[in-house]
Design a protein around this ligand. Structure first.
Ligand code: GDP
Length: 448
């Protein structure tokens, strides 16, 4: 996960600061030296690290901090604020033309994630009630047009293309006419990339820009390339001018240097981050939430967004109702697990919870004690799926022969089936106690 090493290191430094009741200037400076190393190791731009440390140190060695209450906590607060400022302070949203269609021009090097990101963005815009059109302007690689068509098909978004014999400028102009006829209000132009920046590429992009006057030029860069991503962003912005940056593959980048440097170096906001292959994995970028994640304070707000994007509200309400009425069956349990699975790997979800990132990777692993939550869930699912509808609704009918049949059906042992039934009964008991507590009845709190 992104920032994993940085996050672990910073939390180690802060644990030591917090453990001291009184802080001296020397303590702060020593901590800042560690922070500096951690940031450099995370591949953050050197100049930015220097400025960052200077700012934090100046604020942190002030008498108000050192002589105030909880000086360690105060230093962390300053680091948090400066991290947020570094990443742009506020969330930068897309802007839309007053007179539709709004044209977004997607640019970037080959392999950065332009085509897939164009598709994800179009899919999200459609979910918000807009009518997007994808435009295939990479005329150099027939495979690129095909790829956009596949992406479009996946998300059910129409793709405008004119093959490889027409110039990208001509295609863009025709796409605008087509969009007007078909009442599309957003156009996403997937331009051609190159392996490296060159004059020819920049000229072509400039020509498209002049021809269609896009509302925004969105630069897609690959976070995994670290400081190269920042250099690429600087060049594109200098030569073409960009309005926003989309940082992809942050899920595969354990360092996170690009995310921390690119805004400061280019002065252009990161608008979205790519955290995986699915449509919902293209997330709006919130500097404050990202700082929270880095400092191990969790990112509950993003977790809630993820839940809302993946879980059907009515289903969740029905489920809560059943829990309250003590009507929760194994069938519901199964449905609940399937909903959770839609949100991605459980370990990533755990990483968004406050406190848990602070445990560090190793600690999380030792807390799980060799249990892979994903596999565990798949096993539980398989057991429930081996049961008949009647058994799922009423587990009390599960006698010896039935358990034997279920175990054989899912390739588990009878002990596994028994364990699941026991867990389920305990869960129900706990729900009942919680319901009683909410109703004001006396009930022992189940966790203690
Ligand atoms: P393009 O050449 O710029 O159009 O790049 P593509 O859209 O073809 O993407 C290149 C590869 O990166 C594809 O395999 C994508 O699935 C992958 N990719 C794009 N964004 C992300 C992301 O946020 N996370 C991960 N893990 N992979 C991504």
């Amino acid at each position: 996960m992104a920032f994993e090493n940085l996050s672990n290191k910073l939390q180690e430094v802060f644990k030591q600061l917090r453990s001291k009741g009184v802080l001296t200037e020397a303590d702060v400076k020593a901590a800042m030296r560690e922070v500096k190393i951690a940031l450099l190791e995370a591949d953050v731009n050197f100049k930015i690290v220097k400025e960052f440390i200077k700012k934090v140190t100046e604020r942190a060695v002030g008498t108000e901090v050192l002589q105030g209450l909880n000086p360690g906590q105060q230093v962390i607060k300053i680091v948090n604020e400066e991290l947020i400022a570094l990443m742009g302070s506020t969330q930068a949203q897309l802007t839309f033309s007053r007179k539709p269609p709004t044209v977004f021009m997607m640019v970037g090097l080959q392999g950065a994630g332009k085509t897939t990101t164009s598709g994800k963005l179009a899919g999200q815009l459609r979910k918000q009630g807009r009518s997007p059109l994808l435009v295939a302007c990479d005329v150099y690689r027939p495979a690129a047009i095909k790829q956009l068509q596949v992406v479009g098909k996946n998300y059910n978004i129409p793709v405008f293309e004119m093959g490889t014999e027409v110039s990208p400028v001509e295609i863009s102009k025709k796409a605008l006419e087509y969009a007007a006829q078909q009442h599309h209000d957003v156009i996403l132009i997937d331009t051609a990339g190159r392996l490296h920046i060159n004059e020819e590429l920049m000229q072509e992009l400039q020509d498209i820009k002049t021809a269609v006057r896009p509302q925004e030029i969105l630069l897609v860069v690959d976070a995994m390339t670290g400081q190269d991503a920042v250099t690429v962003a600087e060049s594109f912005d200098g030569q073409l001018g960009v309005d926003g940056i989309i940082l992809t593959k942050l899920d595969g980048d354990a360092r996170g240097g690009a995310a921390l440097s690119v805004r400061s170096v280019t002065n252009k906001p990161i608008k979205y981050i790519g955290m995986g292959e699915k449509m919902e994995d293209l997330e709006p970028f919130y500097p404050d939430r990202m700082a929270s994640r880095i400092l191990g304070m969790g990112d509950v707000l993003s977790l809630i967004d993820k839940v809302q994007a993946n879980i059907d509200e009515q289903e969740a309400l029905d489920m809560a109702k059943k829990m309250r009425a003590n009507d929760f069956t194994l069938e519901d349990f199964l449905a609940q697990m399937q909903q959770i699975k839609k949100m991605g790997p459980l370990k990533d979800l755990l990483g968004m919870m406050p406190g848990i990132p602070g445990m560090g990777k190793l600690d999380l692993e030792s807390a799980l004690n060799g249990v892979d939550p994903q596999k565990e869930m798949a096993r539980t699912e398989a057991i429930i799926q081996s049961m008949t509808k009647e058994e799922r609704a009423n587990p009390s009918i599960l006698n010896g022969p039935r358990k034997k049949r279920i175990a054989a059906g899912c390739g588990r042992s009878i002990a596994d089936v028994n364990r699941l039934i026991k867990q389920f009964e305990e869960m129900k008991k706990m729900m009942k106690q919680m319901n009683n507590m909410q109703k004001g009845k006396k009930g022992k709190f189940p966790f203690f």
